[in-house]
Design a protein around this ligand. Structure first.
Ligand SMILES: [Zn+2]
Length: 85
């Protein structure tokens, strides 16, 4: 009683360009007060909110917080709740 049409295919090849690993021009360097110079920063997801995600930027050298931002994209929140499916 196997119907191949209902079996989800595993290992489907990923579409090239589907995932943008370097598509968005995010902040890559910010001024670090502790280092007293611009340093490469790492983006950390702080909070997933119903109306957007809050990110924190930390100096990749000394790991001190150099800034934060919040976007208006609620999709991550919906995915966290398991909605949208
Ligand atoms: Zn620093």
């Amino acid at each position: 009683m196997r119907d191949p049409r209902t079996v989800p295919r595993r290992g489907a090849p990923a579409e090239p360009g589907a995932q943008d690993s370097y598509g968005s021009l995010e902040v890559s360097e910010m001024y670090c007060a502790r280092c007293k110079r611009a340093q490469p920063v790492r983006q950390h997801l702080l909070l997933v909110l119903p109306n957007g995600n809050q990110y924190e930027y930390r100096c990749s050298v000394c790991a001190s917080s150099v800034g934060s931002k919040q976007d208006d994209d609620p999709t991550a929140f919906a995915e966290t709740l398991g909605l949208g499916g």
